[in-house]
Unconditional design. Sequence first.
Length: 263
Amino acid sequence: RTEDPQDSERADLDKRFRNTIDTSLSYDREKIRIMGGYRAIRDDYDDLENLDRTDNMFTGALFYQLAPKTAVFAEYNYGFISYDTNRTNSNSEYHQARLGLEGNLLPKVKGIVKAGYRTVGYDANNKEDFSGFTLLGNIIYNATERTVINLSAEMTSEESSYSTNSYYEANIVKIALDHQLLERFWLNGGGFYGRNRYPDATTESSAVRKRRDDLWGLNAGMKYEIKRWCFISADYEFKERDSNFAAFDYTDHIVSAEISFIF
């Protein structure tokens, strides 16, 4: 259960239940690996029943081992999203094909990068379909024995419940740093920047334009190992959205503390 926004377009923290099923099966033979998978995501909102939906996605991929720890691959995804009601959003069907590279990419660098093309078709005639470039990257750089830097980026389309828009184009880049300062003491920090663009022009406070949101944030924290099985941590996170419609601007400050036990 979560109170986080289901996506980054809404202004309220909408309570919902999210359940996920993720399965995969692979077959390996020498330098070839074949993989198939299925994922289902179910969202149930407390107050926004018109957003209750199920996202089903099937995946097929073919990998070729270029080196012992590096592979190139081709991936295809087919999925469909079904809403319990169609008062706000339309059911849809999507296709996505990408080429990628995963494993050890450079000395001290590992991760996955994949890029391709995505199309989404909506059942309702008044909903605009999406087609465009898609990208997903997650890179881990072991700068030193004690310092790890994580870079990630994504370009895709997301479901939208704003006005007449069926989707918005979501682009985001993130950086995270983890540093072991002492034997039992770690520091971490990071940030992100994103931009969401909507295809349909809408009216807010007598202004007519296509909505565009710029999002950014920073975070910092610390973790201390009391015992091998017990950790304490404290974190601070700042997030801001700057929209060309002022009604969707927000600033968020989150301070958290946590104690963890490992058994």
